[in-house]
Design a protein around this ligand. Structure first.
Ligand SMILES: Cc1cc2nc3c(=O)[nH]c(=O)nc-3n(C[C@H](O)[C@H](O)[C@H](O)COP(=O)(O)OP(=O)(O)OC[C@H]3O[C@@H](n4cnc5c(N)ncnc54)[C@H](O)[C@@H]3O)c2cc1C
Length: 492
């Protein structure tokens, strides 16, 4: 058994996963988390009897037989938690109310698309055929492959390089104007997403490998935190790390904002990359590559505003998500929006009291816009109210009477995210094929010249929740190798 001690900064999925596997392999570990809850971005919050979810649309690895399913079992997250498999990915509605239902049953989807655009039969059949490639293949488990498996996967993936074009470009394969217009929006309205990312998702939704854990994202994170505790790990909440202590270019511990110091053999940060590298380490361990990747966070925050409503009405007959084209663009916060991206949680009755429902609208926004407003609390609060009211006004046509059904509303902005997760500003998405493969491989990150230090999580390149969990696992595997002992993964 190794006596090495790990200090982990942050109880996000990457931090919790690192802690669980560290405990499974005889390392001593301790997490320092500035918030009072586990999960970081993988979270939810209660308002009245409603649960407003901040994260999971799709969780990869819900099907036994997939490598990620084993990871969730090891982390105690599945199958203890019921998983829901909504029958659609989303429904796009244009200004006239015409609907494109993106069913996850690919045969049902084919029929529906053929009814919408019979002249596009050939393009539709090609699209469905491409989606079926992913019924038994999940790109997100790439990070769990060994070197030989990765090489095999890499060459397999080069075969789908031709599907790397953005959704907006792929849509040009359809001649029908309605399909052309709506298709680019069906993946969270991320019109520039490479088509294979979408195909991977819909193929895996069809095979029920991608689902949604019932009860919301916080409950999912909590189960992993409980597993960590049962494995003997300790989470210290309300403890913000100010500095990483370094001696002779080796990380030796942390100092908290309260001034206390804690020593360890290794320090692992799951916190926001910019804060870790330029705050906790004062920018001392950077080269050009690190600077390019981390020094200038981007202003644009994708899904940066969450406008949630707890409604007295029932939404169980509605799709799980919607993209609504508006009659005319509307200014919300810093920019004009021609569409609204909705999540409707009618598929999970645990999110609202019986007969009631949660509806959320996600909007991209500017970090700086909110940062400026936040300096004047009255202006910040007033802007949040305007955002909620504007969104509601624009939902009224599709959901007549919705204004009278609102029991609770909540607007979370980039300032909310920063307060609760330390994440300020976004990062450029790199959607090229090689960037995607590198992202999916997701090794834990090191910094030039600094020993006994690693970064895990989304800042270090972890792709979504599975990528962050896999990165924690890979890090402990690497540490075991360094210690010359076999890696062990146990199940509760
Ligand atoms: C709106 C939205 C929807 C998403 N949907 C999905 C989805 O459907 N499927 C999916 O797989 N992924 C999804 N993701 C991505 C997923 O949530 C993230 O990739 C993942 O949760 C990030 O985990 P992490 O390990 O990077 O830690 P983070 O979540 O970034 O957590 C970092 C933790 O570190 C703590 N911390 C920061 N600074 C300090 C400090 N100085 N001292 C102490 N603690 C500190 C924070 O409080 C936080 O708890 C979504 C993300 C968002 C924002």
């Amino acid at each position: 058994m190794s006596n090495k001690k790990l200090i982990i900064i942050g109880a996000g999925i990457g931090g919790l996963s690192t802690g669980c596997y560290a405990q499974m392999n005889g390392f001593e570990s301790e997490i320092f988390e500035m918030h009072t809850l586990p999960g970081g971005q993988c979270t939810a919050w209660k308002r009245g009897g409603f649960t407003f979810d901040g994260c999971i649309h799709h969780l990869a690895g819900c099907k036994p037989g997939y490598m990620l399913y084993d990871v969730w079992e090891e982390l105690g997250a599945l199958p203890t938690r019921k998983t829901v498999f909504p029958e659609d990915m989303c429904q796009v509605e244009d200004e006239t109310g015409k609907r494109f239902n993106v069913y996850v049953d690919l045969e049902r989807l084919r029929q529906h698309m053929l009814e919408l655009a019979p002249k596009d039969a050939s393009a539709i059949n090609n699209y469905i055929k491409a989606a079926k490639t992913f019924e038994n293949l999940d790109m997100l488990d790439t990070s769990l492959l060994d070197d030989a498996g990765f090489t095999k996967r890499f060459f397999k993936m080069t075969g789908i390089l031709k599907l790397g074009m953005p959704m907006s470009k792929y849509a040009e394969k359809f001649t029908d104007p309605f399909l052309r217009k709506t298709f680019p929006t069906i993946q969270y309205d991320w019109t520039e997403t490479p088509t294979f990312v979408h195909l991977n998702m819909i193929g895996n939704c069809c095979s029920k490998n991608y689902g949604v854990p019932a009860g919301g994202s916080l409950e999912f994170s909590r189960t992993i935190e409980q597993r960590y505790r049962k494995l003997g790990g300790a989470v210290n909440y309300g403890k913000r790390v100010e500095k990483i202590l370094v001696e002779n270019n080796e990380a030796v511990g942390i100092r908290l904002v309260d001034g206390t110091e804690h020593r360890s053999d290794l320090v692992i940060s799951d916190a926001f990359g910019f804060s870790t590298i330029f705050g906790m380490l004062d920018g001392r361990y950077v080269d050009d590559k690190v600077k390019t990747q981390f020094a200038e966070p981007k202003d644009d925050m994708v899904m940066g505003i969450h406008v949630s409503f707890g409604l007295s009405g029932d939404l169980s007959k509605e799709p799980r998500a919607m993209v609504l084209f508006l009659e005319k663009p509307v200014k919300i916060a810093d920019r004009e929006h021609g569409k609204l991206d909705l999540e409707l949680f009618g598929y999970d009755p645990t999110m609202a009291p019986t007969g009631k429902a949660v509806l959320k609208v996600l909007l991209n926004t500017s970090y700086v816009f909110w940062k400026e407003l936040y300096k004047t609390p009255e202006k910040y609060q007033a802007q949040k109210q305007i955002v909620a009211q504007t969104v509601l006004d624009n939902l009224e046509k599709r959901f007549p009477g919705i204004k009278d059904q609102v029991e609770v509303s909540d607007v979370a902005t980039p300032m909310t995210t920063e307060r609760y997760t330390g994440i300020g500003e976004g990062y450029e998405s790199h959607w090229g094929f090689f960037d995607t493969m590198r992202l999916l491989r997701g090794p834990p990150k090191t910094l030039p010249g600094l020993k006994s230090f690693f970064m895990v999580g989304s800042s270090a390149g972890g792709a979504g929740i599975p990528g962050c969990a896999a990165m924690g696992r890979n890090l402990v595997k690497k540490l075991c190798k360094q210690e010359g002992k076999p890696f062990e993964a146990t199940k509760p």
